[in-house]
Ligand binder design. Structure first.
Ligand code: PLP
Length: 446
């Protein structure tokens, strides 16, 4: 074991990691990133198959973004956004509003996805308060993931991550996740979406006038295991929010910035939310930054005389960090320069072709994909969909094998996730799916 690994084990507590397992193994220490690859301290090269946890967009060490950050470091690294402003923050807000779904007019910055959601909740709640309504409830989906702070965990529905904190969380109403492979309502594939939307309506009717907002990940529930929603569900959710007079908060922290093939996932269904949460891909995977966008309608309700205290009392030390804003501006420019979204259809085609081979494997129960978000669910029995028990660590076995073959991926339980950078080439996509296939065969024994 080298000196760095030793110090890692001595001093660090890693996120979402059972440290007992970590301490028993040799950690992989990443020294360098270039293009769609990461290099460890031994100089071994790995394809970044999960975009460094879903954040990277155009690859590592992208010159335009590097240069923008370097230029900004030499100008201004940080100054507060409380009571002051700065050029990169202003210019990025303008740019975000220009590309955002229609109706969104105001940008409130923070620094990660969890806070983007936290802000959305407080904004929605306070909005109704100012309008003279007490609406203490939020409606969210089962198996949702909106981040790890207590407010966003309250919105979440992942038993595994959230159960222990249940007594600390505020009350929410949970609607079934429209996940057709394992429909929570026990429906068949083609009737699951409709039945789940009907249930959503029932919950809204039942709690009429008490719900501040419906909070959801549009089209794909990422951390749940890449649950791809049936077409039309989001549109229906928007209609229900209008009918029952609740705000729609869309958490596009994972789906935003081209991940699903459109710049924002809600654009697939021509839906605009009242509040939109962005983070992860916003800086191209360079620096922590988040934004919560809203309409002029929501914004205006907070206007009033100073002593009325209608102010939105929320902010962070690093709100709108200029380095991060500069990276985000450069990231968006690269979208135009590379024609990133224009190239998505052919890349998605290549990816889906590679996945066809994986679908046929005997322990692959379901392969779900929207754009560059892929979930491969491994099952003990393909016919009955019987899951692998957690003790078998099947996901971990597969990704360990993939790593040996030069691919970094990360599982969500028994679901192998592929989420490559949008800059991946057709060849790289093919190689990624080939390695994944081999790793599943070794991991499952078939
Ligand atoms: C990752 C994620 C978050 C949390 O973002 P962090 O930056 O990790 O706090 C919230 N919502 C969704 C949908 C996510 O995928």
């Amino acid at each position: 074991m080298n000196a760095l690994s030793e110090k890692d084990k001595k001093y660090i507590w890693h996120p979402f990691t059972q440290m007992k397992d970590w301490e028993a193994e040799e950690p992989l220490v990443i020294a360098r990133g270039r293009g769609n690859y990461l290099y460890d301290t031994e100089g071994r090269r790995y394809f970044d198959g999960v975009s460094s946890l879903w954040v990277n967009v155009h690859g590592h060490g992208r010159k335009e973004i590097d240069d923008a950050v370097i230029k900004q470091v030499k100008t201004l690294s940080h100054s507060t956004f409380l009571g002051l402003s700065h050029p990169p923050g202003i210019l990025l807000a303008e740019k975000l509003i220009n590309i955002a779904p229609k109706g969104l007019r105001r940008v409130f910055y923070s620094d990660n996805g969890s806070t983007a959601v936290e802000i959305a909740l407080k904004m929605a709640y306070q909005y109704w308060k100012h309008k003279g309504c007490d609406r203490p409830l939020f409606l969210s989906l089962k198996e949702a993931y909106h981040g790890d702070t207590i407010g966003s965990v309250s919105m979440g529905g992942m038993e595994l991550f959230h159960e222990i904190f249940r007594p600390l969380l505020f009350k929410t109403v949970k609607a079934p996740a429209p996940f057709c492979y394992r429909c929570g309502l026990g429906k068949e594939k083609d009737s699951c979406g409709m039945a789940c939307a009907d249930e959503l309506e029932r919950l809204m009717r039942e709690n009429g006038g008490k719900i501040s907002a419906l909070v959801m990940e549009p089209l794909v529930q990422g951390a749940a295991g890449m649950f791809v929603h049936p077409e039309g569900y989001l549109r229906r959710a928007r209609e229900l929010c209008d009918k029952y007079n609740a705000l729609l908060v869309l958490d596009e922290v994972a789906t935003g910035f081209g991940r699903t093939g459109q710049l924002f996932a809600c654009q697939h269904e021509n839906v605009s939310p009242d509040i939109l949460c962005l983070a992860k891909g916003i800086t191209g995977g360079y620096l922590p930054l988040a934004a919560t966008l809203t309409t002029e309608e929501v914004y205006e309700v907070f206007l009033g005389d100073y002593a009325q205290f209608k102010t939105f009392f929320h902010g962070h030390s690093y709100t709108a960090n200029p380095l991060a804003c500069a990276a985000a501006l450069a990231n968006l420019e690269v979208f135009d320069k590379d024609g990133t979204l224009q190239h998505m259809p052919e890349k998605e085609y290549a990816l889906s072709e590679g996945l066809e081979m994986i679908k046929k494997l005997p322990h692959v129960g379901d392969v779900r994909r929207k754009g560059f978000m892929v979930g491969i669910e491994l099952v003990k029995d393909k016919k009955t969909k019987e899951p692998y028990p957690p003790a078998e660590k099947i996901g971990i076995r597969v990704i360990t094998e993939a790593r040996r073959l030069g691919l970094i991926i990360r599982p969500l339980g028994n679901v192998v996730v592929l989420m490559p950078p949008l800059s991946s080439t057709l060849r790289e996509l093919k190689r990624m799916t080939e390695i994944t296939r081999k790793a599943i065969i070794s991991g499952t024994g078939f």
